[in-house]
Design a binder for this molecule. Sequence first.
Ligand code: FEO
Ligand code: CA
Ligand code: CA
Ligand code: CA
Length: 604
Amino acid sequence: ADAAAHGASRYKFEELTAGNDETHHIADGYDAQILLRWGDPITADAPEFDVMNQTAEAQLKQFGYNNDYVGFTALNDEGTRGLLCVNHEYTNEEVMFPGLGRQDRDGFAGMTEELVNIEMAAHGGTVVEVAKGEDGTWALVRDSQYNRRITPLDTEMTISGPAAGHDRMMTNADPEGMTVIGTVNNCAGGMTPWGTYLMAEENFHGYFWTDIMDVEDKPDISGHSDAASKKRYGVPGKWYAWGKFHDRWNIDKEPNEPNRWGWIVEVDPRNPDAKPIKHTALGRFRHEGAETTVASDGRLVVYSGDDNRFDYMYKYVSNGTVTGNEAHGSELLSDGTLYVARFDEDGTITWMPLIHGEGPLTAENGFNDQADVMIDTRMAADLLGATPMDRPEDAQPRGDGTAYVMLTNNSRRKPDQVNAANPRPESSFGHIIEIKEADGNHSATTGTWSILVKCGDPSITEVGAQWNPDTSEDGWFGSPDNCAIDADGRLWISTDQGSNWGKTGKSDGLYALETEGEGRGTSKLFFRCPIGGELCGPYFTEDSETLFLAVQHPGTDGTKSFKGFERNSTFEDPATRWPDFDPNMPPRPSVLVVTKRGGGKIAV
Ligand code: FEO
Ligand code: CA
Ligand code: CA
Ligand code: CA
């Protein structure tokens, strides 16, 4: 691509050529080194990865599957040592386990208790120490005291906030409604100003099981307690066989268990003995992420999308202000107000509080207390008239009162369901909204919004894309998912096209998207994934000299539609064996670390 063609963009690098093949690619002048792969031992006593003889016990000491969010908190002033915090969103058993095909939804005949326990051990998160050597390369510090896995198999967590100890949170194993074992489907996340790690629980509904037989793929759970709530949240999804072996995932045996998932989890990476906390004040939905900022009035603000077609955009604002003395479990995450967004046609945004007793959030409408409002956040937001969005994924605040919201796609929006903030019917490629909070204050309850870009191929009129015309054919993208802001306040977008990538012919990647001046809306391709991989992270260290990226599920999504790699995404015949390219190893989700050759800030 011609660098001069996007001269108004502030990102200085030679644009990468778009495409799709079995490996990753990065712009000239940069190194993208594999840092951590699924199965890599992360503690001094962890066994080496043995793909043919996996055990849950080994997986509990090895890097988990499907790395998504990546965060970092420095351990020294130079920022050359720090703790990497990584989410492991879900598992692909047909790629993980040799000889196992994609299991039938009814029965999961091939799934044994040991395989289920390995899957559970491969979920959750990882905290590891990493260090930058004299030669400028980063490596795992394997004997660090901080290294640990957080899993739904064995990590005990405390419940905090309005729903803690509530009747609807009690189970046979936890009659107090105060303690949960683990976290699942941790997609994006965030780091707090005090250096703790927030893990968002996204598609938790998929893990719940019922013995009631499926009727046209939808079990009749009308006899269940909380049936309307379960229906609104899509519980039970029956995506995994966990409920066959563990009662807590079976809603016939533990009808309240789903209420204990779908929250934001806080982890203290500096204290391996500190129990993670599920903060119920931030609401219960399919949280994509939880990016934080400090508002100009000093309060903590957390932006979080509910990634579902026609669901909503939220933000949480603490009552107290950030003093600098906060620690894990700070009341700033339990004492505050959750708001849901209404995007009006005239370009204003109104953040509506979800407070019991205000407006329609009363006992007459089924909300007896604030715990009910938080457990049934979606239903409360329905009553307030929030704007149904095209799957809100990551949202990234910038300190100046601006926030960027990734709307990834929504193929089910009908022409009569479009609104100004979601203007395209059957949107396959998504769009990005820029929010400017009133007076540049992130805690404001009003502001303005505008569409930064409408994604997809600008050369196809019917797509209805909107980019700065300086964007090259390599630079446009579809399905924005995660995003980050670098040290210079510039926006970076990573994509997740899922099975849609056959429609663009491009792999997922990382794009530098200009938001300011004449270059506004110009996008440039910086990195691209191996076939079938989704790009997660991204995370810049404070000096912007290091960028962490996570390649999720390489060799899977939509491989059927890619010519040259006809099928199939199994262990025997994957579309790629990235990053090892070993015939005895399946493709492995991995975290990469990007640096500029010779050192210096990225894209400057
Ligand atoms: Fe897990 Fe919304 O992506
Ligand atoms: Ca995501
Ligand atoms: Ca992010
Ligand atoms: Ca996604």
